[in-house]
Design a protein around this ligand. Structure first.
Ligand SMILES: [Zn+2]
Length: 325
């Protein structure tokens, strides 16, 4: 196809197939329709890479080629990242229409690519002489046994390894690694636009797993917490482990770990104190108080927290669960 009608036209046709295939998914009502659309998108995918590479090769000089292909790969990967993030932010199982939007946007990117290709010059096709035509036949390719075996090996490897990524990885991530839709999100903050300058904002994030290198603590805070606010992290795996080792109720220990980290955000540093919730480490006595619900902030700390929260007009607490079971 690339040799007969040129890489640019082949690429445009491939993109049209991709747009039709993915754009049709929201209209699927029976399994066979999905199969047909997947085949259409698959044909487009099959034509995309070779024609795209040929087009790049035809439009660049030998010296430019390394940079051109490097840029292509880099933008490919950028696209994978942005696509994954956009998909995670847009699609949600609670709103089925969000998937329609996602597929429509996806199809739109292929159509936009076609529109952009209109501005890309059509490469001059190399003359195909009778001699080249005589040797360049599929029959010749099919007689090449080593090449055929290479194709078989590639097909087996792709089916055995690559295909698993799209079929096995998502269920694994959801069922075993506890990644849920709530675990995907981006917070954009422009304090100057949303709130008066100097506004104080804090957020609490419960992570299913502790951050590497965080020692053995159950949580931590980041940011210039007392002045401008910051983020508190509580590590659910550490809470669970600690609750198990010390025979504590995990929910209660989690609540106290949250209270301790919030204390770091609301109290002037150093927030630790020799008694109460803000002790750097809870001992047996503290754990008994936790079990009975009587471990508390000191009176001084309570007053300081009250003053902090009421003194600044906006104290926002945002809770994000990263897939808590
Ligand atoms: Zn602490």
């Amino acid at each position: 196809m690339v040799d007969r009608i040129g890489p640019r036209t082949t690429l445009m046709a491939s993109l049209a197939l991709l747009a039709a295939g993915y754009g049709g998914f929201p209209f699927v009502r029976h399994p066979w329709q999905a199969l047909v659309l997947a085949a259409i998108a698959g044909a487009g995918n099959g034509g995309f890479a070779p024609s795209h590479s040929s087009l790049l090769a035809a439009l660049t000089s030998r010296e430019q080629r390394t940079a051109a292909y490097a840029l292509q790969r880099a933008t490919d990967n950028l696209g994978f990242g942005v696509g994954g993030l956009a998909g995670g932010l847009i699609a949600t199982t609670r709103v089925p229409e969000s998937f329609t939007l996602l597929f429509a946007l996806d199809a739109g990117t292929f159509i936009a690519f076609i529109a952009l290709l209109a501005f890309v010059p059509k490469p001059t096709a190399p003359a195909i002489t009778a001699a080249i035509r005589a040797t360049g036949r599929y029959a010749t390719v099919l007689r090449d046994r080593a090449f055929l075996w290479l194709l078989v090996v590639v097909a087996v490897l792709v089916a055995a390894a690559y295909a698993q990524i799209s079929t096995v990885l998502p269920p694994f991530v959801k069922e075993h690694a506890s990644v849920s839709e709530a675990g995907i999100g981006v917070t954009w903050m422009d304090p100057a636009a949303v709130e008066p300058a100097g506004a104080f904002a804090i957020q609490l994030l419960i992570r299913t797993r502790a951050i590497n290198g965080s020692g053995s603590v159950m949580g931590t805070t980041i940011g210039d917490a007392h002045e401008t606010g910051g983020s508190a992290f509580v590590y659910y795996d550490r809470v669970l482990q600690s609750a198990h080792e010390r025979e504590q109720d995990a929910a209660r220990l989690l609540a106290y770990a949250i209270a301790h980290e919030m204390g770091h955000l609301l109290l002037p540093p150093p927030a630790h104190s020799p008694s109460g919730i803000m002790r750097p480490e809870w001992d047996g006595d503290d754990l008994r108080h936790i079990a009975s619900g009587s471990l508390q902030f000191t009176a001084v700390q309570v007053n300081a927290i009250r003053a902090k929260v009421s003194g600044c007009c906006a104290a926002a607490v945002a809770g994000t669960s990263a897939g808590l079971p």
